[in-house]
Design a protein around this ligand. Structure first.
Ligand code: SF4
Length: 196
C-alpha cells in the first residue's frame, strides 16, 4: 500500500522516526556530503519512492543536495535517472524498491554507503553507527541489536537484528510476527505504528 505523507519537507523527521538502518545511512550521507554514488542513489531513490515520496518531491530533495556538488550536471544527467526510477524514461518500467535479499549482497566500496550496514560493518563500526545521531540508540539498545549478528558459530541473523532495531525505535515489537525482509516493510510498519 502506498504510504501518504512523506514529502520533501518532512523527510528528515520520517528518517529519524522510521527509516531502517540501511536507508538512514544513505540518507544521512546524502545530507552530509550532498552526494551519493550510483548504487546508493538507486537504492535510496527507489526506497523513497516506495515510501510515498512523489516524483516532484524526489526531484526537489535530490536537486537541493546534488547541485551543490555536481552543478549543472544535475539537470543534464541525474534528473534523468530519477525520472527513470519513476518509470518515466527509458523502458518506462515502474521499478520496485530493493528487498533486503537484494541489498545485503551489495557491498559498498570507498566513498559508498549503500547495502546493509549489518552485513558490511565490523562490530565496533556498527556500535558507533547505532549510537550516532544517525540512529540515536543507547549503548544497551545498540548491544541488543548486535547480539543476533555475532552469535558464536552462527551465521548473521540480519532480519532479527533489524527487528531489534525496530523495537529500539518504538519501545515495542511490530504488530506482525513476519520477519523484516524489506526496507519499505520496516518503514510501513513504523509509519502505521506512529499514525494509526
Ligand atoms: Fe536494511 Fe534489510 Fe539490512 Fe534492515 S536488514 S538494514 S531493512 S537491508
Amino acid at each position: 500500500a502506498l504510504i501518504q505523507g512523506v514529502t520533501a519537507r518532512n523527510i528528515d523527521l520520517h528518517c529519524r522516526d522510521s527509516f531502517p538502518p540501511c536507508m538512514r545511512r544513505m540518507f544521512s550521507k546524502l545530507r552530509e556530503t550532498h552526494h551519493l554514488k550510483h548504487t546508493g542513489r538507486m537504492q535510496l531513490g527507489l526506497f523513497l519512492k516506495g515510501a510515498g515520496l512523489s516524483l516532484e518531491d524526489s526531484m526537489q530533495v535530490w536537486r537541493e543536495e546534488l547541485t551543490r556538488v555536481v552543478g549543472d550536471k544535475f539537470d543534464k544527467e541525474y534528473a534523468y535517472n530519477i525520472r527513470h526510477n519513476y518509470g518515466l524514461e527509458g523502458k518506462r518500467v515502474n521499478y520496485s524498491p530493493y528487498s533486503c535479499a537484494k541489498l545485503i549482497p551489495t557491498l559498498p566500496g570507498t566513498g559508498e554507503y549503500h547495502g546493509c550496514p549489518f552485513r558490511y560493518m565490523e562490530r565496533d563500526e556498527l556500535l558507533e553507527f547505532l549510537k550516532s545521531a544517525q540512529c540515536g540508540l543507547s549503548d544497551a539498545q545498540a548491544h541488543n541489536v548486535l547480539e543476533p549478528l555475532f552469535r558464536k558459530g552462527e551465521p548473521k541473523h540480519y532480519h532479527v537484528a533489524c527487528r531489534a532495531f525496530w523495537h529500539a525505535l518504538h519501545g515495542a515489537d511490530p504488530t506482525t510476527d513476519e520477519p523484516i525482509v524489506h526496507p519499505n516493510q520496516f518503514f510501513e510498519l513504523s509509519y502505521r505504528a506512529r499514525h494509526d
